[in-house]
Design a protein around this ligand. Structure first.
Ligand SMILES: Cc1ncc(COP(=O)(O)O)c(C=O)c1O
Length: 501
């Protein structure tokens, strides 16, 4: 029986018997080009001569000769026969072309034109952590990953894998796995007073996908969209990339200032809001403002997009009911995510759309990536239906309340005069105020130099000036990390204050 290949076929190699050059020379040229262009990276193991010969349907001698030549010239190292690797010590001038390529990839070179709409994606990067050390304090939006019940999840996953039915492995409904949609509808009705049937729930790859679908389906180029000021960057990026005119509408202690929006931009097509716990300021929109917004939206014929991203975490009193439950006209689209309650890499969230919008949103969701992984959806449905979800939320609520208290205690000891923090009845981050005149971008940079990930409040504003603050996520960090992080933050802020004076 032929030995099975363990390597990936080298599809970029194409040898041509009629070309005139010997086959070993053609193979040498193709491998050398792949090494120089970076397609084969330093340290990559090449396939064995036997495997490559079989893949390319040439004699083993052809491959041996090509490898010998590459070895002799220093492109590869090791011993033919016992593992050949792309050399880790290629001279710089050889790699020059590759370095240039890497440097210029941000601006597409002439001759290959993108669609006009691609320009709106140039600055539409959604926040990602590229931190090689993992997530550093106090990156906002990170739940306690170390407290996730991995063993339980693995058990539920294994149970599903033991006897997977055809509907779990094949192509399926773009709107999502029905038992999960039913579980979500049940949870939203009971916990958030959202009024919906399972048929209105569309499972998406996190709320970011929902924002993208909403922007595509409800916004035409040039349409005005109200965005809370300060507001969520993921929403701003989605609407801007759809060509929207994003209009900042101020947030006060009562939530979005509906009157200010109605006066400045009455023609808006859509309003994006986080009424339960405004992102990032943390205020809860009052009932009066909610009713005023719905009334305005009905008059103006505008959509309201309610992002209920972390309402599970309320430490004082009961969570406020969702705005969606007040909507009698089918104007509100409701978004939720499992990124904060479970973990972000699950990439599962949901949207609740009015009944007459189900078909168009389902079609668009299907076009985007067909559907979300079904086994994970089934496991999540089990997790909810068997009571683990409610238990996890209760445990995390207690843990996050404790972590917020630790952060406040550490700040009271270390950050007096440097950063003013107030308790928040909800959420998983706090916004600290810097003393007047201290630049929050400079403060964030200084914090980064001390190993911290602290985002400046001004980056969440569309308008410039007058709002120095820092966002401190606390849910994902233990007591030791929080206390050590606060001490480092104090050192960083003192250095910024010194430079200023
Ligand atoms: C306001 C807001 N909405 C939604 C999300 C979650 O996005 P996703 O569901 O795409 O992970 C976040 C995460 O930081 C957020 O801050």
């Amino acid at each position: 029986m032929a030995k099975r290949s363990t390597t990936i076929p080298y599809s970029f190699v194409s040898l041509n018997g009629a070309n005139g050059a010997p086959l070993y020379r053609q193979l040498y040229d193709e491998l050398r080009t792949a090494i120089l262009s970076g397609q084969l990276r330093a340290g990559t193991r090449l396939p064995s001569t036997r495997e490559l010969a079989a893949d390319l349907r040439v004699s083993r001698n052809t491959v041996l000769n090509a490898f010998e030549q590459l070895l002799a010239e220093g492109y590869v190292e090791g011993q033919v026969g016992s593992g050949t690797y792309v050399s880790r010590s290629l001279p710089d001038e050889l790699l020059h072309a590759r370095t240039l390529d890497a440097r210029t990839t941000r601006t597409p070179r002439a001759g290959r034109t993108l669609a006009r709409r691609a320009t709106s994606y140039t600055h539409a990067r959604v926040n990602v952590s590229r931190d090689p050390q993992g997530t550093r304090p106090f990156r906002p939006g990170t739940p306690a990953l170390d407290a996730f019940p991995c063993t339980l999840w693995a058990r539920l996953l294994a149970r599903r894998w033991r006897r997977p039915s055809a509907d779990l492995l094949g192509y399926t409904e773009p709107a999502g796995y029905l038992p999960l949609r039913e579980a979500v509808a049940g949870y939203l009705g009971a916990a958030r007073a959202v009024r919906c049937e399972a048929a209105q729930v569309i499972v998406v790859a996190g709320s970011q996908q929902a924002l993208d679908l909403v922007a595509r389906l409800l916004i035409d180029e040039g349409d005005a969209v109200w965005l809370e000021e300060p507001g969520y960057l993921g929403a701003r990026a989605a609407f801007k990339s759809a060509g929207a005119r994003v209009v900042p509408v101020p947030v006060t202690a009562e939530g979005l200032n509906v009157q200010a929006g109605a006066e400045s931009t009455p023609e808006a097509r859509l309003v994006y809001i986080t009424p339960s716990h405004q992102y990032p300021m943390g205020v809860t929109m009052t009932l009066g403002r909610r009713l005023a917004l719905l009334e305005w939206a009905n008059r103006a014929g505008a959509w309201v997009l309610e992002d209920d991203y972390d309402s599970e975490y309320r430490y004082v009193g009961r969570p406020l009911a969702a705005l969606q439950g007040l909507d009698a006209e089918g104007r509100v689209i409701y978004l939720g995510t499992f990124s904060k309650v479970l973990f972000p890499a699950l990439r599962l969230g949901y949207m609740v759309v009015p009944p007459d919008m189900v078909e168009v949103f389902t079609n668009a969701r299907g076009l985007a990536s067909r559907f979300s992984p079904t086994i994970e959806q089934a496991v999540l449905a089990d997790f909810i239906n068997e009571g683990h979800f409610a238990r996890h939320i209760r445990r995390m609520r207690a843990l996050y309340a404790e972590r917020q208290a630790i952060l406040l205690d550490a700040a009271a000891r270390e950050l007096r005069g440097l950063l003013e923090l107030q308790p928040d009845a909800a959420g998983i981050h706090l916004v600290g105020r810097l003393p007047a005149g201290v630049d929050d971008v400079a403060a964030s940079r200084a914090a980064a130099a001390h190993g911290l990930d602290v985002q400046p409040l001004s980056s969440f504003h569309l308008k410039r000036g007058g709002h120095g603050g820092l966002l401190l996520g606390y849910a994902g960090f233990n007591e030791r990390q929080i206390r050590a992080g606060v001490r480092q933050l104090a050192v960083a802020l003192r250095s910024v204050m010194r430079d200023k004076s």
